[in-house]
Design a protein around this ligand. Structure first.
Ligand code: XMP
Length: 516
């Protein structure tokens, strides 16, 4: 993509690896614009791109010697642009340049020790021995002419190799994964010492670029978006508003499953403080009716996704705005809803939970490549108020995925009250900014208690609070006991039909953040 906002970029040729977006993200973090393109993009097209100062070959699930293994035009090695092959990318480099790749005895998966030899620029300033992350069965067993080994592991004699003269590098391990010690340093060396990037890319550029693209692709049409009070929908709406102003129609569908007072608060903030063209539609009865008797989490998600879109479509039709639907989908939603290569965890509302027969002509997802913390940075870079950028993530299906089993009006009220108390106590303890997400869950479990002299048989509320960087993995938050105590006693004393509060102490994985 040619851009006037930055002058240099890096291409990631995607061979189907699960970490391709993560490579792009790490490179963005290092101040360099990167673009992911399919491995089979013709060389002529690559040559037509200007200002490419480096190329990365991603990993991938194939075996280079297989008949239809994804490959590239070997002419790419003659362009004079530095190349870094990662995992499959390294093996492909070896294979195409006359080296050997062979199957190891076992699949090597996880952390292993990398020993660095010599004085490779790739490892400048990196310790001689580091922990790195591996995920492979095949490995480079013979070097192409002109290559030398720069690092090895117990099972990989060429865990890193290079042709210094032609600036072609390859690593079997994954420097982009957090578990690789000094991984960012290795990537930085590639970018700055080997490719010679200046590092002139900032998140604000991404915003400018997106606004420019949105302006031209939404030209003349009406765009419509849903606002839920969560960060993603807010940032994508704000971005689109910057591009097309009041051609963006924001809709707050109150499905009756929002947090206490949230529908009114969100409406007021967007309408009066931010000047959005917004309407609020109360559809709670309609949703509750559809959800009656449904206990299966995936069914609930699908029903809500479908109903949401139907309410939306009715409104969009009424104002003749069926051209563009703006969605706040972010990259982890895409991954967790299942892609061709990744398994499905749950149908995220703005991806897998939507019906296939939507009336909208186009779906626009300006945040689809970003991780949650990047979305927040993007929000800041376009001047969104801090209070909005810092809002907790809130799932599209709302409290429905925090009420285990069938949803009833009474259960929604119980959960809203308990959640309100929890949020109030976290705020009073000034913990809001150190916890990624905190909320109450209404378990479907009832147990025996005693209140006054009476036996009770009431619900159990679970408190879920986690710390995380991007929502992909999370740890349970170590909330001080006195705060937990206050939360628990306020909930059982004030919320009818609750006599027990438990604290969820599981990480993600193996759990997920939401209970359904
Ligand atoms: P899980 O429960 O999958 O959640 O660990 C990861 C993050 O995603 C949020 N989440 C959703 N966000 N639509 C959304 O926009 C959804 O359907 C959805 N489900 C979960 C969740 O709150 C957490 O931040």
């Amino acid at each position: 993509m040619k851009s006037k906002f930055f002058t240099e970029s890096l291409l990631i040729l995607d061979f189907g690896g699960q970490y391709s977006k993560l490579i792009a993200r790490r490179i963005r973090e290092l101040g360099v614009y990167s673009e992911i393109i399919p491995y089979n993009t013709p060389l002529t097209k690559i040559l037509a791109l200007k200002d490419i100062k480096g190329i990365v070959f991603s990993g991938g699930p194939s075996v280079v010697t297989a008949k239809d293994a994804p490959s590239i035009d070997p002419g790419i090695f003659k362009l004079g642009i530095p190349i870094l092959g990662i995992c499959y990318g390294q093996q492909l480099t070896a294979h195409l340049l006359g080296g050997k790749v062979r199957k190891g005895n076992d699949r090597e998966y996880g952390k292993t020790t990398l020993r660095i030899d010599g004085n490779s620029l790739l490892f400048k300033g990196v310790k001689k021995s580091i922990v790195c992350w591996m995920s492979h069965t095949y490995f480079v067993s013979g070097l192409p002419r002109g290559f030398t080994v720069s690092a090895r592991t117990r099972t990989c004699p060429a865990a890193a190799f290079e042709d210094r003269t032609n600036k072609i590098y390859g690593v079997q391990f994954h420097p982009e994964v957090m578990h690789t010690e000094q991984g960012p340093k290795i990537l930085k060396n590639f970018l700055y010492l080997i490719c010679g990037f200046k590092g002139d890319w900032r998140m604000g550029d991404y915003a400018k670029e997106q606004i420019k693209v949105l302006k031209s692709s939404l030209k003349g049409g009406k765009a419509i978006c849903a606002l839920s009070g969560g960060v993603d929908s807010a940032v994508s709406a704000y971005l689109v508003k910057k591009a097309v102003g009041n051609a963006l129609h924001a809709v707050l569908v109150d499905h009756g499953l929002m947090r206490k007072n949230e529908a009114d608060e969100v409406y007021d903030l967007f309408k009066n403080t931010l000047g959005f063209n917004i309407v609020k539609i109360d559809a709670s009865e309609r949703f509750l009716k559809k959800l009656k008797g449904i206990a299966d989490p995936e069914k609930k998600r699908k029903i809500i996704g479908t109903e949401f879109i139907r309410v939306f479509e009715e409104y969009a039709k009424s104002i003749d705005a069926l051209d563009y639907l703006i969605q706040g989908t972010i990259y982890p939603d895409v991954i967790e809803s299942g892609t061709e290569s990744a398994a499905k965890i749950k149908s995220h509302h703005n991806v897998g939970g939507l019906p296939k027969d939507m009336l909208f002509m186009h779906i626009i997802e300006p945040l689809r490549d970003l991780f949650k913390d990047e979305v927040r940075r993007l929000g800041r870079s376009i001047g969104m108020p801090e209070a909005l950028v810092r809002r907790q993530p809130f799932p599209g299906p709302g409290l429905a995925v925090r009420i285990i089993g069938e949803i009833t009006e009474e259960k929604v009220r119980i959960l809203q009250e308990a959640d309100f108390i929890l949020r109030d106590e976290i705020r009073k303890a000034r913990l809001e900014n150190s916890i990624w997400q905190y909320f109450a869950v209404l378990t479907n479990l009832r147990s025996v208690g005693v209140m006054g002299d009476e036996r009770t048989y009431f619900y159990t509320i679970a408190v879920r609070a986690v710390t995380s960087v991007d929502g992909m993995t999370a740890d349970w938050a170590k909330i001080p006991h006195n705060v937990l105590e206050k939360i628990s006693s306020r909930i059982v004393n004030n919320v009818p039909k609750v006599n027990r509060v438990v604290y969820d102490i599981t990480a993600k994985p193996p759990s997920t953040i939401e209970w359904e």
